[in-house]
Write a protein that binds this ligand. Sequence first.
Ligand SMILES: [Zn+2]
Length: 356
Amino acid sequence: MPSSSPVDMKLAKCKHVKYFLRNLKLMPARASSYDSTRLALAFFCISGLDILKSLDVFDEAERKSTIDWIYGLLVEPISPERGDDWDRCGFMGSSTFKFATDGSNEPSPYSSGHLTMTYTGLATLLILGDDLSRVNRRALSAGVRALQQENGSFCASLEGSENDMRFVYCAAAVCYILQDWSGMDVQKAVNYILNSISYDYGFGEGPDLEAHGGTTYCAVAALSLMGQLETCLSSKQLNGLRRWCISRQMSGFQGRPNKPVDTCYSFWVGATLKLLGVYHLIDYDQNKELLLSSQDSTIGGFSKWVDSDPDPMHTFLGLGGLALMSDEDLEEVHPGLNMSERALSHLHSIHKKWMS
Ligand SMILES: [Zn+2]
């Protein structure tokens, strides 16, 4: 049987809405190992529903209770005036390790923010229409700053973690959202990014590492949020980078040369090309065909590869990849912050209030 052309294939919108709701409300037991990143999972689902223009599946009580749940994951300063415990501030991924196990309601020794959760927590609050008024911005910025390393990169949390480009991006996104760049030594972060350019002009996780679509997105989006993308890279580097990204398109996109295509890179590499101003040079039809072939039209969701199991992250990023091509059924997505333009304009109205 001939395969369907992209013109024949339709986005299974209702199935994807149900898929996200199922993952928000009823995760299977085998997902329990993701407990510590529950907030990121909620971000994939809620931001995905936003891209699908379907946030109206939540009534007002559900929207408010979700906002309250997210604020419940915020590690706040015990002494807001003194500032001596601000290093720990940020969002945790779940409440499991927030409090001591003796029932005293005291913070556990593991109670501290995680950069990815702080970014996804703030982003989800914005998507749900919250005004961030319950966030202590100075304390949160101090929590970000405490995670920057001597080489300019960031760790995820005070408990110790890898430090690489992923967390440089998360730190830049948090600073941008809070409009407070005291959360990082920007020059050090820029130097780390510049030291991570590979010989082929993509970016690795850090210096001397292989270029990769995900870390290239993190580097380029971080520079863009810092307002440094056009100024700190030479035109030779920018053109080499554009060429590296465009060369990642096979049908959809691969993350590295000689790797198979994967749904998520239609967003990671696609958004990078948007930020670099050359997205129009990709083959839209092939990209769309790959993405629509990766959706599960029975239970909803997108998978990493055609005919494999869907997961929330690839569903969110698959939709983001489609939205970059300006699909009228989908919200437009801002390539730098990885949230809808709708949520971003809400953020900009909050920024105006903060400045007045
Ligand atoms: Zn992937």
